[in-house]
Each structure stands twice: as structure tokens, then as C-alpha cells.
Design a protein around this ligand. Structure first.
Ligand SMILES: [Zn+2]
Length: 493
């Protein structure tokens, strides 16, 4: 066995193909391409098709066509005969503007078993040809039908879903928007570590001229998650400052007007209630149309509760209970203050304040009753939040303990990539560093390599810039060196 602190160059070179494949699974085509370009086995057909697909994904379809040409994959077969290399060729040609290849791709995709890899090619080719409708339905299918949730697929799904949100019925629109925003909640790494997919979706919506959709999406995501400053900043950028300021001024003026109506009693209450409904349903928020405005106002009830770690909908509102506590305090207080107030009243008899003692004591009683009601309400709320916060702390500590235990155990046989904080903990707790620090891996990549003490697997902690950290698994040792399959057809078709 090789000593744990070093690895012969051949062993490192043998890992690049698997690191590249892990980066591809992780939805990092740029990194996957750089790693694939370091693999030593140049010139095999399988690698060329993999490379062509990655070139297409990073927006270099002309280079993809070149790579396939070197393997004599140049002409699309007559008729719609599915074979993975030709599907990649068709998608690449389509992305360079060849509409004949695009139609061949669509005709062939329609004949094969529904498959996320083929849908992905269709989506990318359709995006390049400007066929937004087809691209959208392909992305919707990748997530909804095949459950492939990568940062890219979720971001594109969100764009497609927001574009097709209901523009007439606000109830349907609320459902569409919440469902779309919720699709970001189970990403790996989580949004709190990398909110880029939401920012990408917002940018794509703006590029389609749907700033309102971008704004609704970013705001709803922020309401479903703990604070994410980069999303809050994007929301501010999307909000038209001037219009919003004027809108708030008008709302404040109307509130004051409503308050001035109080002497009218019941009539005022009716007028205010009707006015409020008219305002909510009829007056659009600057930058939004009427349906989007009502959706926006309805989603006001949605709130992430940092002390419980859950999202509060209107039903989880506990204000009723707090009010009950306030009422209980109000009912008990007269019994408690009865004696002291009587004594105070008597004590004031001989003082210079004797003439106004009734007014004084009555005012004091009213003040104490109001304070008791407010105090009961606030105390109940504070106690509830305290309990929730303690429960969340306990849960968080248990999760951290569990993560540390899990990170010490070997998962090298289980996953081919790990992301986020867990990846870093796994590197520190389970893997033994290879070399003294980052290793020059070629292609401008410097990465930290760690070895599993149990399976000898080499993991690459690749640089990812501002994105969440990732660990990519290399080849499992002692696995038979796989010969390239001469009938390689890519994913099952
Ligand atoms: Zn291991």
C-alpha cells in the first residue's frame, strides 16, 4: 500500500476521468471539462463524446462539432436513429444554428424512452436556437418528470415555471410562485451556502423582460429561507425605488385619512374595510401588474421563522394565543390591584392631591389594566419564541454532532461528490492529506487531495471560487481498468 501522505503521479493521473465525471454529476461543466482535458488517454472515442457534450454545455458548440469531427462523427444518419454520439452531434450542430440538425434532434428525442440526458441536450440546443418554448418544456420535464435537481436544472425550471405562472387568477399564481420558490429548498449545496441558482433564474427572467417575475421569485425565496444577504440585495436592485416611495407615501396618506374618519364610528369601519379591499385588489404595486400585485400582497403572510427554522403560513399565526394570554392578564389584574388602589385612595385623602384623587386613581387603574394586557401578550410571545429558539438550538447542535460523526465514517463507497460544509468536515475528519498542501494538477488547477484511509480512494478538493466547496471522488482502487466500450451509447436510450 502506498504511504498515506503521498501519491505517485500515475495514481493522480488515473483519477482525473472520475473527478471530471463527479464534477459533471455536480453540474460544474467548466470544472469537469478542465479535469477531463488532463486525462492521459487521448484520442479515444468515448472521451471525445464526453468532451463534446461538456463543450456544448459550457457554450462552445463549434468546438464540440470539431472534437466529434476528429472521431469521424460528422454526418447525422438518415432517419431518426438514436445513438448517443449522434444526439450530441445534432445538439452541437443545432446550437451553431443548423436547423436541420435541430429538427433531427427533436424527431429522434421524440422516439426514445423519456430520458433526462436527452431532454438536457434538447433544452441546451433549444436555448441556443432561441426556441424558448421547447427549452422551457424540456427543463420542466427534467425536474418534474425525472427529478434531476441540480443548480442549473432548478434555476432553468424556475424560469420556465415563473414564465408560465397564472396571469389572471391570483390564487393560482400564488400556488405557482410558492411551488417554484420551494424547488430551491432542497439543493445541494443549500441556498444559504450558494444562492447563485436563484440569482441566475432572476437574471434569465429579466433577460426575457419579466422583471416582475424575477422580483416575485427572489422575494418568495427570501421568505422561505433564513436571511441570505445576496438575495436581499438583488431584491432591492429589482425594486423601482421612485415608484415604491410614492406608493408608500400614498398608502400612508390613506392610513391617516382612515384614522380621521374614526368619529364616524361604524360607518368609518365599513369605509376603511371596503377601501382596504379596493387597495389590495385594484391598486397595482409599482413595477407589477394587478395579478402579480395581489400575489405579492398575499405572500406577505409567508414568513421564515428563524427561531423554529420553519416557514410560518397564515395558519401558524400564534397571535390568537398571545391575545388570550393578554386577556387572562387583564382579568386577573383587578383582583391584584384592588387592595393597593384602595390604600392609595385613602392615603391621598390627607394630601394636597385630595381633590383630584378619584381621577388620579382611576387613571392609574386604566394604565395598569392596559399594561397588564400588553404585558401578558408580550410575555406569552417572548416565552413561545424562547421555547422555539431553545428547541432549534438543540436540533442544530444535534445536527452538528451527527454531521461530525457521519464525516468520520467512510462514505467513499457511497457518493462520488460531496458539497458545502460537510465536504470540508469530511476532508478534515476522514481523509488523510496527500502532500503538504494544494497540488498543481495541470490546466491551471490547484487542488487539495485527500486519501481515504480505508479504501485508498483519492478525493480532490477542487477550487470553486466563490461557490460552495466541493469534494470529487477519484477512481476506486483495485477496480479493473475499464476498457472503453466499443458500443458506447451514452445513457440508456
Ligand atoms: Zn473512506
Amino acid at each position: 500500500m502506498t504511504p498515506a501522505h503521498s501519491a505517485p503521479p500515475d495514481e493522480l493521473l488515473g483519477c482525473f476521468a472520475d473527478w471530471s465525471s463527479a464534477a459533471d454529476d455536480l453540474d460544474r461543466p467548466e470544472l469537469a471539462l478542465t479535469l477531463l482535458d488532463q486525462t492521459p488517454r487521448l484520442g479515444d472515442r468515448r472521451r471525445s463524446v464526453l468532451r463534446a457534450r461538456l463543450l456544448l454545455l459550457v457554450g462552445r458548440p463549434a468546438d464540440a462539432v470539431e472534437v466529434l469531427r476528429d472521431e469521424a462523427i460528422t454526418e447525422l444518419p438518415a432517419g431518426a436513429r438514436a445513438s448517443w454520439p449522434y444526439l450530441v452531434l445534432a445538439a452541437s450542430l443545432a446550437a451553431t444554428g443548423d436547423m436541420r440538425a435541430y429538427h433531427w434532434l427533436l424527431a429522434t428525442a421524440a422516439r426514445v424512452e423519456p430520458n433526462p440526458a436527452v431532454s438536457h441536450l434538447v433544452a441546451v440546443a433549444a436555448e441556443h436556437t432561441g426556441d424558448t418554448g421547447t427549452a422551457d418544456s424540456a427543463w420542466l420535464s427534467i425536474l418534474a418528470d425525472h427529478g434531476v435537481a441540480t443548480p442549473t436544472s432548478v434555476a432553468r425550471f424556475a424560469v420556465a415555471a415563473m414564465t408560465s405562472r397564472d396571469r389572471h387568477d391570483f390564487r393560482a399564481s400564488v400556488r405557482d410562485v410558492v411551488r417554484t420558490a420551494a424547488s430551491f429548498r432542497h439543493l445541494d449545496p443549500p441556498l444559504a451556502e450558494d444562492p447563485q441558482p436563484v440569482l441566475d433564474a432572476a437574471d434569465a427572467l429579466c433577460a426575457r423582460g419579466d422583471e416582475a417575475g424575477a422580483r416575485l421569485l427572489v422575494r418568495t425565496v427570501t421568505r422561505l429561507n433564513p436571511r441570505i444577504p445576496r438575495l436581499e440585495e438583488r431584491l432591492r436592485e429589482l425594486t423601482p425605488a421612485d415608484g415604491t416611495r410614492k406608493h408608500r407615501l400614498v398608502a400612508a396618506a390613506l392610513l391617516v385619512g382612515g384614522a380621521l374618519l374614526i368619529p364616524l364610528g361604524v360607518v368609518a369601519a365599513v369605509l376603511v374595510a371596503v377601501g382596504r379591499q379596493v387597495w389590495i385588489r385594484r391598486v397595482p404595486i409599482p413595477g407589477l401588474d394587478r395579478t402579480d400585485s395581489v400575489t405579492w400582497r398575499t405572500l406577505r403572510h409567508l414568513r421564515f421563522n428563524p427561531s423554529s427554522g420553519t416557514v410560518n403560513g397564515p395558519k401558524e399565526d400564534k397571535r390568537g394565543w398571545y391575545g388570550l394570554a393578554g386577556l387572562a392578564a387583564l382579568l386577573v389584574t383587578p383582583f391584584l390591584i384592588d387592595g393597593p388602589m384602595n390604600r392609595l385612595y385613602l392615603a391621598l385623602t390627607a394630601s394636597p392631591l385630595a381633590s383630584i384623587r378619584s381621577t388620579l386613581v382611576a387613571s392609574l387603574v386604566v394604565f395598569l389594566l392596559i399594561s397588564a394586557a400588553a404585558g401578558g401578550y408580550l410575555a406569552a410571545r417572548a416565552a413561545h419564541r424562547q421555547t422555539q429558539s431553545r428547541r432549534t438550538d438543540r436540533r442544530r447542535m444535534a445536527a452538528t454532532r451527527q454531521e461530525l460523526t457521519l464525516a468520520e465514517r467512510c462514505r467513499c463507497w457511497q457518493s462520488n461528490f460531496l458539497t458545502g460544509g460537510f465536504a470540508v468536515t469530511y476532508l478534515r475528519s476522514h481523509l488523510v492529506p496527500v502532500g503538504d498542501g494544494p497540488i498543481e494538477l495541470g490546466g491551471g488547477i490547484r487542488g487539495v487531495v485527500g486519501r481515504c484511509p480505508q479504501t485508498d480512494t483519492l478525493w480532490l478538493h477542487a477550487p470553486t471560487g466563490s461557490a460552495a466547496p466541493v469534494l470529487l471522488r477519484g477512481s476506486l482502487p483495485d477496480s479493473p481498468d475499464e476498457e472503453p466500450d466499443p458500443h458506447f451509447a451514452g445513457p440508456y436510450l
